[in-house]
Design a protein around this ligand. Structure first.
Ligand SMILES: [Zn+2]
Length: 278
């Protein structure tokens, strides 16, 4: 599938800016271009007016039935003796993320050749720009069934000043030392996606400098829990640094917590805890 780039489709650039998908560097460029180019300013005003109208007059759009059915089927417990297809799971998880964001674009569609390619299978929404984070990790990590890309506050603060993530809290031990992609740019090309996947290596998460985090898991619940732990640990690390030098867990302590806390039931508890707040 041909995907437009920011260079050949400035309108997409404006839409991504409005949707909050751009990293700080590109958001600044977008802001300047919208201010200085009448055509882009007109598009910006048009989309903003449309968004206001939709918010005022329309109920929140439901995901198409076909996608919801696929999602439910993929997330249903496996039949006795059966196994879930990781690709079906991966696809469903991407759908989950987009359904949650009000979009219906499916970024991952398994093919008989066992490749992972982007394709619009239902709905008409614009694909997320950073699709390559997901596709390139799935390509090289068959153990990964869920990928989340977030723009969290506390862990990103650490990357802004070059302070490495340190394990300062028990659940944070599940992430271990987190590698860093030393670039604040959006992951909107295959090359950047490959760079993220390479930095991730065999670890569960990677931080993107002054941009965000990418967390993986063997299923959606585990992935979500790890993403929550990462940010909670970073928050505590940041706060403790205001009053001193936080204690960093030793390798032996980290190992103990990984053995005790890496359990599906605790991941589910974390999921339920955050879900109850919605
Ligand atoms: Zn991003």
């Amino acid at each position: 599938m041909k995907r437009s780039t920011l260079e050949d489709d400035p309108t997409l650039f404006v839409h991504a800016y409005i949707d909050g998908e751009l990293d700080a560097f590109n958001a600044l460029i977008a802001e300047q271009r919208v201010a200085s180019e009448p055509a882009l300013f007109a598009e910006y005003e048009r989309v903003q007016a449309l968004r206001r109208l939709i918010l005022e007059r329309l109920p929140r759009e439901e995901a198409p039935l076909s996608i919801r059915s696929r999602l439910q089927a993929a997330l249903a417990p496996p039949q006795a003796g059966g196994q879930r297809s990781w690709r079906a799971l991966a696809a469903s998880i991407v759908v989950t993320a987009f359904v949650a964001s009000g979009s219906t674009w499916l970024a991952v569609m398994p093919t008989p050749a066992h490749t992972v390619e982007g394709a619009l299978v239902d709905g008409s929404a614009r694909p997320p720009l950073e699709f390559y984070i997901h596709s390139e990790i799935y390509r090289v990590r068959p153990d990964v069934h869920a990928v989340m890309h977030t723009h969290p506050q506390w862990s990103t603060f650490l990357t802004m000043v070059g302070t490495p993530y340190r394990v300062v809290y028990a659940q944070g031990a599940l992430l271990g030392d987190i590698p860093l992609v030393d670039s604040p740019l959006s992951v909107n090309t295959r090359a950047m996606g490959e760079r993220v996947a390479a930095a991730l290596g065999a670890t569960p998460a990677v931080l993107l400098k002054s941009h965000g985090a990418v967390v993986t898991g063997s299923d959606l619940v585990e992935c979500f829990a790890l993403a929550a732990y990462l940010e909670e640990n970073a928050h505590r690390q940041y706060m403790a640094m205001q009053i001193g030098d936080p204690y960093v867990f030793s390798d032996a302590e980290r190992q103990v917590f990984r053995e005790r806390l890496w359990t599906p039931s605790l991941f589910q508890k974390t999921w339920d805890h955050y879900r109850s707040k919605i």
